[in-house]
Design a protein around this ligand. Structure first.
Ligand SMILES: *Cc1c(COP(=O)(O)O)cnc(C)c1O
Length: 427
C-alpha cells in the first residue's frame, strides 16, 4: 500500500507528477453557483471534451453546405460515418474491428443482441443475470423471456450477494451456471455493477457459460472506458455499452455493440434486421432479401446518427491518444487515494458518521467508482456536500456513489472532496 497523505500539498504534488494532467484542460468542468464543481459522476454522464464543439460544427457546416450530398461530400462522409469510430472503440473494448459497431442506443442494442443470442429451445431456456441489475437490463431480460412465451420468474435466475453481504461471489455465479447446466440458454451480466462498482471476472464467467453450452454476453455501460476489457480474447459472445458514461460522448449518445468474430459470418443466427446491416455494395439496389454484412455491422438497423457519433469520435480521439493502459494506471491511483481519504475521515468522525465502502478493495475487482454506505448521516450529508460543489450520486436508502475519472479529475479534486465532506459531517 502506498503511503497517502491528507494534505493539499501532497495532492498537488501527485497532480504535478501525473502524466495525464494536461487532459483536465481538455474538458469543460461545470461551474455551478460560482463554484467549480468536484465532478465525481463521470459514471453517470461524462464531461464534455472541449473538442466536441469542433467535431459537431464540422457536421453542421457540412449539412448546411451540402444537404444530402454530405453523405458523400462531407469531410467525413456520413454514408460510412460509423466506420471512423470502429478501430478506436475496438481498442477500448479489446476487440477486432470486425467485432464492433457503434450505433443505436444501449437498451436497443441489448435487445438486438438477445434476439440473436437468447434462443430458448425445449429444456434450454434459462437466463442467468446478477441480482439488482440496472433496471433497464431487468426489464429487457423479462421482456425477452415473455417474448418467447416464458414466465420471467421461472426463466430468469438471479445471482445475488450472500446474506448480509454487498458483493457477489464469482464462484456463486459459476456454481449457478453449472447447476443450471443444460437448462441454461444465456448469461447476461453487467461487467461492472452500477450499484456496487464490482467488476466481474468476465473471462471466468464466459468460460463457465460456454462449458454448459450457453451464450454469454455483458452489459458494459459501467465498464467501457473504465476498466481493461479483452472481449475477443475472453471469447465473449456479445456485449453492448453506452458512450455517455466513462466515454464522455454526450447525453443519450450512441451505443456500441460487440459480436465475437466466430459469429461474424453466421447468417443463420436469428436477428432483427434493417437496411444498414445489409451488404453495403447492394444496399442501394433496394431489393428484397436481407443479406447481412459480416461482423457486428450486420446488426445495424439504421443509418448513422451523425451528430451523436461526431461527439463520440471527438472523445474516442482522446482515448486513442492516452490509451487504456495509461488511463487505468491513473485511475487506480486516484480511486485508491479517494478510498484512503474516505477511510481517514470515517475514522476521525466515527462518533457522528461512519462510512463503509462496499466496492471491492482489490483493484482488479473494481473500476473508478466507489459506493459508500453512510451510517449515521444520510441524505442531509449528501445535500450538504452538493451545496458545496460536489456532484455525486445518491441511491436510496443511504449509498453515495462517486467516481473520480482519470481523464479529467485530479488528486486535488479528491482532497477537496474530503475537506467538504468532513466539514459537512462536523457542521
Ligand atoms: C446506464 C445504463 C443503461 C442505460 O441504458 P440506455 O438504453 O442508454 O438508456 C442500461 N444498463 C446499464 C447497466 C447502465 O448502467
Amino acid at each position: 500500500m502506498v503511503a497517502y497523505k491528507s494534505s493539499i500539498e501532497y495532492a498537488q504534488e501527485q497532480d504535478e507528477n501525473d502524466p495525464l494532467r494536461a487532459y483536465r484542460e481538455k474538458f469543460h468542468i461545470p461551474v455551478i453557483n460560482g463554484i467549480e464543481t468536484v465532478y465525481f459522476t463521470g459514471n453517470s454522464l461524462g464531461l464534455q471534451p472541449k473538442s466536441v464543439k469542433n467535431y459537431l460544427d464540422e457536421e453542421l457546416e457540412a449539412w448546411k453546405n451540402w444537404g444530402v450530398e454530405g453523405h458523400f461530400e462531407a469531410k467525413r462522409p456520413w454514408f460510412s460515418y460509423h466506420e471512423f469510430l470502429t478501430d478506436k472503440i475496438a481498442r477500448v473494448v479489446g476487440a477486432k474491428p470486425i467485432e464492433v459497431v457503434v450505433t443505436h442506443s444501449l437498451t436497443t442494442n441489448l435487445h438486438l443482441m438477445m434476439v440473436s443470442f437468447y434462443q430458448p429451445k425445449g429444456e434450454r431456456y434459462k437466463i442467468i443475470c446478477e441480482k439488482k441489475a440496472f433496471p433497464s437490463d431487468q426489464y429487457a431480460l423479462e421482456s425477452q423471456a415473455r417474448f418467447h412465451g416464458y414466465d420471467p420468474s421461472d426463466a430468469i435466475i438471479e445471482v445475488g450477494p450472500r446474506p448480509g453481504e454487498h458483493l457477489i461471489h464469482e464462484e456463486d455465479i459459476v456454481r449457478a451456471i453449472e447447476e443450471a447446466g443444460d437448462s441454461l440458454a444465456m448469461v447476461m451480466i453487467g461487467g461492472v455493477n452500477y450499484y456496487s462498482g464490482q467488476l466481474f471476472d468476465m473471462k471466468r464467467i464466459t468460460e463457465a457459460g460456454h462449458k454448459v453450452g450457453a451464450y454469454v454476453g455483458f452489459d458494459l455501460a459501467h465498464a467501457a472506458g473504465n476498466v481493461k476489457l479483452e472481449l475477443h480474447a475472453w471469447g465473449v459472445d456479445f456485449a453492448a455499452w453506452c458512450s455517455y458514461k466513462y466515454l464522455n460522448s454526450s447525453p443519450g449518445g450512441v451505443s456500441g455493440m460487440f459480436v465475437h468474430e466466430r459469429h461474424a459470418n453466421n447468417k443463420e443466427l436469428p436477428r432483427f434486421s434493417g437496411w444498414w446491416g445489409h451488404d453495403k455494395d447492394t444496399r442501394f439496389l433496394m431489393e428484397p432479401g436481407f443479406n447481412p454484412m459480416p461482423g457486428a455491422e450486420g446488426w445495424q438497423l439504421s443509418n448513422a446518427p451523425v451528430l451523436g457519433m461526431a461527439a463520440h469520435l471527438a472523445s474516442l480521439d482522446l482515448f486513442d491518444e492516452v490509451g487504456m493502459d495509461a488511463l487505468i494506471e491513473k485511475r487506480r491511483k486516484l480511486t485508491d487515494y479517494l478510498e484512503f481519504v474516505i477511510e481517514a475521515i470515517s475514522e476521525r468522525n466515527k462518533d457522528r458518521c461512519e462510512f463503509e465502502i462496499i466496492t471491492p478493495k482489490e483493484q482488479e475487482r473494481r473500476g473508478a467508482q466507489l459506493s459508500i454506505l453512510s451510517h449515521g448521516m444520510g441524505k442531509t450529508l449528501f445535500d450538504a456536500i452538493t451545496k458545496e460543489g460536489v456532484i455525486a450520486d445518491w441511491r436510496e436508502p443511504n449509498v453515495i456513489r462517486i467516481a473520480p475519472v482519470p481523464l479529467y479529475n485530479s488528486f486535488e479534486d479528491v482532497y477537496r472532496f474530503g475537506t467538504i465532506l468532513e466539514k459537512a459531517i462536523q457542521a
